[in-house]
Design a protein around this ligand. Structure first.
Ligand SMILES: C[S@@+](CC[C@H](N)C(=O)[O-])C[C@H]1O[C@@H](n2cnc3c(N)ncnc32)[C@H](O)[C@@H]1O
Length: 280
C-alpha cells in the first residue's frame, strides 16, 4: 500500500481533532507545509505524491508536538509580523497581530532621523518594523532576558539592519542615558494569578517572563510612568500596549506622573490596545 500525502493529512487531522486542536485540517496543512518546506497554497501539488519516509517522519514529529499544544510558530520557528518573517523559539513571546498597531502608528509620520527607545523588545519585531520603515531612525532595544535578546539579535542580523542597538536591561537600568523622541513598550501585562488560567499553548510554551505583569498586571506601567519622564523629550511620545480593560487604570498611572493621554488606538477586535502619552 502506498502512503500519499493526502492520507497523511487525513490521519493527522484526525489526531489533532482528538487532541481538541481547533481547525485541525488547516493546522495539519500548515504542519505538512513546514515538513515539506513549501507554501501551504502549493500543497495541493503534493497531495497525490507518495510520501517519503524522511518527510513523513518529520511531519509526524510536528503533529506530535502540536498535539501537545506547542504553537505552530515555534514549530515553524517563524511568525509573520507586519509582513516580516520573525524568527522565534520558546525563549521569546510569539509576536501578536495587535502589536502591529505600534509600527502602524508611525506610518506617514515622517519620523526619520529621530530616536526610539523600546523596552521589553522581545524578538525585536516592533523595532525591526520601524527600522525598515525609516532607515534613518536610531533605535535602542532593551530586554531583561539574555536568551530573548539573542533572538532579537538574530532577527536584526537576518534583516541586515544596522540602526538597532540591543541592551540587556531591567527596564531602564542599563540603558545609556539619552533623551528620546519616542519610548515604546509592550510589557508583560497579565495578572500573575491569571497566568495559570491561560490556554495551554501560551501557559506551557511561552516564557513566563513575557506574560507576568505582577499582582495586578500593571507593574511595568508604574515603572514606565516613574522613570520615562527623564528619558523622554518634552515633545516626545510614549506608546504602550495594554491588556483588555486596562486603559482606565493605565491612564491614571501615567496622568498621576505628569503625562497626558494623547490617543487610544483600538485593535481589530475593538479592544483598546495601544495608548499614546505626551508630557504635560
Ligand atoms: C509581552 S513581551 C513583548 C515582546 C515584544 N516586544 C513583542 O511585542 O512581541 C514582554 C517582554 O518583556 C521582557 N521583560 C520582562 N521583564 C522585563 C524587565 N524587567 N525589563 C526588561 N524587559 C523585560 C520579556 O523578556 C519579554 O520579552
Amino acid at each position: 500500500m502506498y502512503n500519499f500525502y493526502s492520507d497523511a493529512l487525513d490521519i493527522s487531522t484526525q489526531l489533532l481533532r482528538n487532541c481538541v486542536i481547533l481547525e485541525s485540517r488547516l493546522e495539519s496543512e500548515l504542519l505538512l507545509s513546514i515538513a515539506l518546506d513549501v507554501d501551504r497554497h502549493n500543497l495541493i501539488l503534493f497531495y497525490r505524491e507518495i510520501a517519503t519516509y524522511k518527510e513523513l517522519k518529520c511531519f509526524m514529529a510536528l503533529v506530535e508536538r502540536r498535539s501537545q499544544n506547542e504553537p505552530v510558530a515555534y514549530l515553524k520557528e517563524e511568525k509573520e509580523f507586519y509582513s516580516l518573517p520573525i524568527y522565534v523559539n520558546r525563549n521569546t513571546l510569539i509576536p501578536r497581530n495587535e502589536s502591529e498597531l505600534i509600527p502602524e502608528y508611525f506610518v506617514n509620520k515622517n519620523i526619520d532621523g529621530q530616536s526610539v527607545l523600546e523596552l521589553c523588545s522581545g524578538s525585536s519585531c516592533i523595532g525591526l518594523s520601524l527600522a525598515l520603515m525609516y532607515d534613518g531612525l536610531s533605535i535602542l532595544n532593551g530586554d531583561i532576558e539574555c536568551n530573548t535578546l539573542k533572538i532579537g539579535s538574530k532577527n536584526i542580523r537576518l534583516q541586515g539592519i544596522r540602526t538597532i542597538k540591543l541592551f540587556a536591561s531591567n527596564m531602564f537600568e542599563s540603558i545609556p542615558y539619552d533623551l528620546f523622541d519616542f519610548i515604546l513598550c509592550n510589557p508583560p501585562y497579565i495578572k500573575k494569578s491569571d497566568v495559570s488560567g491561560l490556554m495551554k499553548d501560551v501557559r506551557c510554551f511561552e516564557p513566563l517572563s513575557a506574560l507576568n505583569g505582577g499582582a495586578d498586571g500593571l507593574l511595568y506601567y508604574r515603572c514606565l510612568a516613574d522613570q520615562s519622564m527623564v528619558y523622554l523629550k518634552q515633545s516626545g511620545e510614549l506608546l504602550v500596549e495594554i491588556g483588555l480593560g486596562q486603559h482606565k487604570e493605565v491612564e491614571n498611572i501615567f496622568v498621576s506622573k505628569d503625562f497626558y493621554l494623547k490617543e487610544i488606538i483600538v485593535d481589530l477586535s475593538g479592544i483598546k490596545r495601544t495608548m499614546v502619552f505626551g508630557k504635560k
